[in-house]
Design a protein around this ligand. Structure first.
Ligand code: AMP
Length: 377
């Protein structure tokens, strides 16, 4: 199947071509026609499946016939859990919208940066990508109104609907008109997603992309059994012996992330950290430098495990294992994206052994374990 048969306008097909996409991925084949028809969609698809384009393209198409929004009434709202994902999505809307005959204004708002420029820029915006907290602040300041929204998207829906965002999401739902198109995308189908599915979606098309179809099989997973205090030397050994040029390292705490960066730098390996205690500017710069290949290692907490797309990222390392098996899937999903090969390496200390067994069981896949004792660290 080709993109031309999906009912998209020539200007969007040109933008797709500019991106170098040849054929639509399965989720795009199913979701695009349904969204164009105004249907609600619940998309269950793992990271790297192409879910972003599956809603961005039909939303742009549906927006083409609409008037520019007036008096700060936005028409499409996309809610995301992290600032980085908001920025990334704004970029995707801009890229796919670049060939449209009439400009459709899209914008991202998120916390951690000054509110005033966002308040000013919100005039005439049709499509808004937002994190919940900042959106509510802007609504409170009358900088944006939600009562004329006709399309709501929850990306990373399982995260948006869990306890951490519950109050904010309820406040937002109360501000939306009841008649609207709802699009939910989630890599994992948690209880929260099932509950809200009843609340939010009217007769939805449910698109479930089976695990076998997606990127997890493109990820070569390896685990190294290692003593806790040997993780630093093992990390440096792997970076050097595998001649890694770009590797995303996950830690479980802010403290550990900074600590790993310090040690790498002391050993002459360029590294930066992204976590909740760093300023938004520092986070944006670090991600940008990493994407452009200006630093070798980006060390991150789970803040970055959701949705972030780094083209052809070859390596992900779990320096510390995440507690939740879902986070493990999200983390390793940063590599092996867009049908490219990737390697995910996990460090397993004696205390992690049982927990890693649980993760593998949940994932339905057993990972080769190498004992690092045998390596010359
Ligand atoms: P996503 O799951 O939306 O984060 O997309 C994962 C990656 O796949 C991104 O780098 C996209 O640019 C890429 N991608 C999405 N759809 C296609 C397609 N039809 N052909 C090639 N690459 C794609």
């Amino acid at each position: 199947m080709s993109f031309t048969s999906l009912g998209l306008a020539p200007s969007l097909l040109r933008a797709i071509d500019n991106q170098g996409y040849i054929n639509p991925y399965p989720i795009q084949q199913e979701a695009i026609p349904a969204i164009l028809q105004g249907k609600d969609v619940l998309g269950i698809a793992k990271t790297g499946s192409g879910k972003t384009a599956s809603y961005v393209l039909p939303i742009l198409m549906n927006s083409m016939g609409k008037n520019v929004s007036k008096n700060r009434h936005i028409v499409v709202l996309v809610l995301v859990p992290t600032r980085e994902l908001a920025q990334q999505l704004e970029g995707v809307f801009k890229e796919f919208g670049s060939e449209l005959p009439k400009r459709i204004n899209s914008m991202a708002v998120y916390g951690g940066v000054s509110k005033n420029p966002q308040m000013k820029a919100l005039q005439g915006v049709n499509i808004l990508v937002a994190t919940p907290g900042r959106l509510l602040e802007l609504v409170g300041a009358n900088a944006v109104h939600l009562s004329q929204i006709d399309t709501l998207v929850l990306d990373e829906a399982d995260k948006m609907l869990n306890l951490g965002f519950k109050d904010e999401m309820n406040q937002i739902f109360n501000l939306l008109p009841s008649k609207r198109q709802n699009l939910l995308f989630s890599a994992t189908l948690s209880k929260d997603v099932i509950n809200v599915h009843q609340l939010l979606l009217k007769n939805p098309l449910i698109v479930k992309i089976e695990e076998d179809d997606t990127s997890i099989d493109l990820i070569n997973q390896v685990a190294y059994f290692v003593a806790e205090e040997k993780r630093g030397p093992l990390l440096r050994y792997l970076i050097k012996s595998k001649v890694m040029k770009q590797v995303l390292v996950f830690t479980s705490s802010v403290y550990k992330a900074d600590n790993v960066v310090d040690k790498l730098k002391k050993n002459g390996i360029s590294a930066l950290a992204i976590h909740s205690k760093r300023s938004q500017n520092a986070r944006t710069t670090a991600l940008d430098k990493f994407k452009k290949g200006k630093i070798v290692v980006l060390v991150a907490t789970d803040l970055l495990s959701r949705g972030i797309d780094i083209e052809f990222l070859p390596y992900v390392i779990n320096y510390e294992l995440p507690r939740s098996p879902k986070d493990y899937i999200h983390r390793i999903g940063r590599t092996g994206r867009a049908h490219a090969q990737g390697e995910a390496i996990s460090f397993i200390t004696p205390e992690d052994k049982n927990h890693f067994r649980v993760i593998q069981k949940k994932m339905g896949k057993w990972v080769t374990m190498i004992d690092s004792e045998a390596l010359n660290l």
